[in-house]
Design a protein. Structure first.
Ligand code: SF4
Length: 279
């Protein structure tokens, strides 16, 4: 339950579920199906609940060597720990309660698309070091529905971010993936950055669309059904030229709105892969 991670900015990841009912078309975690005998295409249609996750996590945490007890733990990397079933199983909450009870001194970083995380503000507030990230890809609920089929609406996520800030919890926004149309609609990306700033959040990660072929295969049917212009935009998303233009736009907007870009770059999995995944 406490798995070493190569992700930027996290040392360990905790995933209480396998699968994710939010079913985002661009999700890179669709490969997780192989652990539960599900094909990639079925991502979003199954969910395996690790019912003993909290007990196993407690055991793993207690076994963590002393010199690792300041590591950053991310909840979660290949599922959303606050998706609907979390209301019933309360595994994310149980993991947080364990971290609180064990007085874990490292940073506990949470990342979700769900306002359900607000349920756990009491436990989160009691953690020594913490931050909650909300993934925001657009301010437009319609576009959200197109790509993030069953995830909470963009407007609800922005409100959740504001509520977390009002509760005094350190927050960040995760703007990823950067939808390709922003290259031609800077105003829409600017609106997103402005709204994040207005919510009280200053810090953000930004990530390009991961265009690995297994991901594009899931996105393609959606793009095919859309306006022909959308198809052209998504095709261009694979080029370095496109990524460079978007990265530049992000840099300008971050500066203009007084935001803090984590890692000082736009995360690019295509580049990371080319450089052996260690960037
Ligand atoms: S919420 Fe996250 S883990 Fe779940 S499908 Fe969407 S991108 Fe994947």
């Amino acid at each position: 339950m406490l798995v070493p991670s190569k992700l930027p900015a996290s040392d360990y990841v905790v995933n209480p579920y396998t699968g994710c009912s939010f079913a985002c078309a661009y999700c890179y975690a669709s490969f997780m199906g192989r652990f539960v005998g599900e094909p990639m295409e079925a991502w979003g249609s199954y969910l395996s609940v690790k019912v003993n996750a909290v007990d196993v996590f407690r055991r793993d945490l207690r076994r963590l060597p002393l010199h690792r007890r300041h590591s950053t733990i991310l909840l979660s990397s290949v599922t959303d720990a606050w998706q609907g079933v979390e209301k019933k199983y309360q595994l994310a909450r149980g993991v947080l309660e364990t971290l609180r009870d064990e007085r874990y001194p490292g940073l506990v970083s949470m990342l979700t698309k769900s306002p359900l995380v607000l349920r756990d503000v009491d436990v989160i507030a009691a953690l020594d070091r913490k931050e909650v990230g909300i993934t925001l890809t657009t301010t437009d609920d319609t576009i959200g529905r197109f790509m993030e089929v069953h995830a909470p609406r963009a407007s609800d996520r922005l409100k959740a971010l504001a509520d977390l800030n009002a509760a005094g919890i350190p927050t960040y926004a995760f703007v990823g993936p950067l939808f390709p149309h922003y290259r031609y609609r800077r105003d829409l990306l600017e609106d997103l950055f402005r709204r994040i700033r207005e919510s009280g959040t200053r810090s953000l990660f930004v990530e390009h669309l991961n265009t690995s072929s297994y991901i594009l295969k899931r996105i393609q049917p959606l793009v095919d059904q859309a306006d022909p212009g959308v198809k052209v935009v998504y095709q261009s998303a694979r080029t370095e030229d496109h990524r460079r233009a978007l990265s530049e736009m992000v840099r300008e907007l971050v500066e203009k709105h007084g935001l803090d870009l984590r890692l000082e770059r736009v995360i690019d999995h295509n580049l990371d892969k080319k450089h052996g995944g260690r960037r």
